[in-house]
Design a protein around this ligand. Structure first.
Ligand code: NAD
Length: 497
């Protein structure tokens, strides 16, 4: 394999970041982090103890009163310093994500950029956090609302955007005057380690921002700890619904739980074929299908068999030509899956699709990998035609580069099929008709909707939607929703004699 610029030269021993210090975990349980493209161990991460979680929460609780009294503008200045540091370290952060996750370097750069945008948006907190007032609600009496932080919040992170996802929450929590504990995914925690170094360098006071590594036990402790006021979670639906949302209900905590997905890409016969195919390639196969906003089901609308064939041929042809390899190689268009478990899962679904009678048009089980990478984590683009809504590969989240192609008679039937899904995260329509687009946007049960856009990722100043089994909670991450989530509204009614 060609020598590529790897920022991690030898395996890192990751520590926790608590109260402004780097603390070695006392745990004897360590997990090796393996670069999925090269199979080299690049870090070892501890599964921290309950006492270590308690210490992080205690530090955050202790730091809260002073941080809360720090004027919003002064809090924002810390974030502005962080933005400078993130920009200075942009390329290194991106390369680390490729090494720990497998995504291409361009995808990692996109992730870093999106992460920075969250910090930029949260830095506007003096305006975002303002309340409102009304004079003379009765004669000589005025009323106003102020938004106040609550205390310690935490984040439990998924593996698929190891750098960006925690940033959907932490800058907003910090800007509003709360303190924070992050539990990175135990599968790829290195970019969070790097982010904590930069938080430290940005002068965020000790205890305001903490990172505690670990798995389910660490999550459990965060969920049950009385000093955690609210939990932000991004991950799979079974964990989000049955563990996180349930436990937060029992313990009376605020919660945002952004969960799994099975997104439909609806193609109308009047779409722009070439531009649609290009958008669908990144939607279905970008990040190796490991996005909550990935296209999973391709729904071709209309009775015109010739259009369907032409579209499908173009789709399969483009998918078959995607270059697969180590994401640090600039010419690579699709990296490996993040773990062998993900591969096993995807292969299991491919078997299931065949068994249930779908037609395997493109088989990614033995992909051609450029650059001589070991094959452990690679699955190539896979396309099934003849898929029916009741088939497992249409209903369940595969979280890999597998596309299921369905057909619908007309837009009504297409919307009904989309709405029959248990999920509702990021459905999209491709059309040149405003009427079809408007109808789709109005009726589809999906928290993020694309119109000629294949990855419906909201910008930092909009909420990240999600409906049905894709989201549990009320307020969403990012933007004004996040500001409200991390604050309590207090109403003051005053009269002076
Ligand atoms: P996951 O649910 O396996 O893990 C997420 C986090 O929860 C990890 O930090 C993990 O350590 C912890 N966890 C796992 N099992 C737990 C348990 N039983 N008790 C307590 N904590 C537990 O998810 P993942 O595989 O890391 O991420 C992929 C999933 O995330 C996909 O389903 C994807 O759709 C979803 N996702 C959703 C969004 C969104 O915005 N809706 C964004 C990104 C990813």
């Amino acid at each position: 394999m060609a020598l590529l610029e790897e920022p991690i030269k030898k395996a890192l021993e990751l520590k926790n970041y608590v109260n402004g210090e780097w603390v070695k975990s006392a745990s004897s349980q360590m997990i090796s982090i393996v670069n999925p493209a090269t199979q080299q161990t690049i870090a070892r991460v501890p599964m921290s103890t309950e006492q270590e979680v308690d210490d992080a929460i205690a530090a955050a609780k202790e730091a809260f009163p002073d941080w809360r009294r720090t004027p919003p503008l002064a809090r924002a200045r810390h974030l502005l310093r962080l933005i400078d540091l993130l920009e200075e370290n942009f390329e290194q952060l991106s390369r680390i994500q490729t090494m720990e996750h497998g995504k291409t370097i361009d995808e990692s750069r996109g992730e870093t950029r999106r992460g920075i945008e969250m910090v930029e948006t949260a830095a506007g907190i003096p305006s975002l956090m303002m309340g409102y007032n009304l004079e003379d609600i009765a004669s000589g009496i005025d009323e106003y609302v102020v938004y106040q932080p609550l205390g310690v919040f935490c984040h439990i992170a998924p593996f698929n955007f190891p750098f960006m996802v925690p940033l959907w929450f932490s800058p907003f929590a910090l800007a509003t005057g709360n303190t924070f504990v992050v539990k990175p995914s135990p599968r790829d925690p290195i970019s969070q380690f790097k982010l904590a170094e930069l938080m430290d360098e940005a002068g965020i006071p000790p205890g305001v921002y903490n990172v505690i590594n670990g798995g389910n036990e660490v999550s459990q402790r965060l969920l049950e700890h009385p000093d955690i006021k609210g939990v932000t979670f991004v991950g799979s639906t079974p964990v989000g619904r049955d563990v996180i949302y349930r436990k937060c209900g029992e313990t009376g905590k605020r919660v945002i739980a952004q969960c799994g997905a099975k997104n439909f890409m609806v193609v109308m016969p009047d779409c722009d074929l070439q531009k649609t195919i290009a958008a669908l390639m990144t939607s279905f196969f970008g990040n190796t299908g490991q996005r909550c906003l990935s296209g999973a089901n391709l729904l071709i609308v209309g009775k015109d068999d010739a259009f369907c064939k032409k579209f499908l041929d173009a789709f399969v042809n483009a998918a078959a030509n995607i270059k697969i390899g180590y994401g640090l190689d600039d010419s690579v268009q699709m990296g490996p899956m993040q773990s062998p478990d993900g591969v096993t899962r995807a292969l299991g679904y491919i078997e299931k699709g065949i068994k249930e009678g779908a037609e395997l048009l493109l088989d990614g089980r033995k992909p051609r990998i450029i650059g001589g990478c070991p094959a452990e984590c690679f699955v190539g683009p896979t396309v099934f035609a003849g898929v029916k809504p009741e088939m497992t590969i249409c209903r369940e989240e595969i979280f890999g580069p597998v596309a299921s192609v369905l057909r619908a008679r007309d837009l009504d039937e297409a919307i009904a099929i989309c709405n029959g899904s248990a999920f509702g995260n990021g459905d999209a329509i491709f059309t040149s008709s405003g009427k079809s687009a408007r109808e789709f946007q109005y009726r589809v049960e999906s928290g993020n909707v694309g119109i000629n856009i294949g990855i419906t990722a909201p910008m930092a100043f909009f909420p990240f939607g999600g409906m049905k089994d894709s989201f549990f909670g009320v307020l969403h991450g990012q933007g004004r929703d996040a500001v409200r989530f991390f604050t309590e509204s207090k109403v003051v009614i005053q009269r002076w004699f």
